[in-house]
Design a protein around this ligand. Structure first.
Ligand SMILES: [Zn+2]
Length: 163
């Protein structure tokens, strides 16, 4: 190998390494921004971290993470929730959830209208009915008074998904 081809080889290796690194960075960033299950954007106020079969991932909302149980038949451990009101991280065992309210961060931009201008209800959506997390029961109750739904302790609600 002469000097020139050594130089070309070194430059190529450097260029390839650089490309690989920026590609990896891109993928790593995307993993934090799109839901592992449905590829919707992960919303700041419903971000959920869950572990399925020992694999940890980001989900767009608690409903989507828990529906992995139905989809895969595997136990789902939710390890972090996000306070819908404040946007802060919550410990699931100390959190409350509101399910079935009229707020669903995953579907609000995707209203399905049938040709006769009626909303379509029958389609399956893994993020519906919506589940939102709250840090305390009082805030959850105030939310329900305005938006409907039921308040539950997250741990009571989620126990069925952990087997
Ligand atoms: Zn999702």
């Amino acid at each position: 190998m002469n000097r020139r081809s050594v130089a070309v080889t070194v430059v190529s290796i450097l260029a390839l390494t650089g490309l690989g690194y920026s590609g990896w960075r891109f993928v790593a960033q995307r993993e934090h921004q799109t839901c592992r299950a449905c590829s919707r954007p992960v919303h700041d106020h419903s971000r959920t971290i869950a572990s399925i079969n020992g694999k940890r991932g980001y989900y767009c909302c608690p409903a989507c993470a828990l529906s992995e149980h139905q989809q895969s038949g595997k136990p789902v451990q939710v390890t972090q929730l996000t306070d819908y009101m404040g946007g802060g991280a919550l410990v699931p065992s100390e959190s409350y959830i509101v399910q079935n309210s009229d707020i669903n961060p995953c579907t609000r931009h995707e209203a399905v209208i049938t040709p006769d201008k009626q909303p379509a209800h029958a389609h399956f959506d893994r993020c519906s009915p919506s589940i939102l997390a709250f840090g305390d029961m009082k805030t959850a109750r105030v939310f329900v008074a305005e938006h409907g739904g039921q308040v539950d302790r997250f741990s009571d609600f989620a126990s069925a998904f952990q087997r």
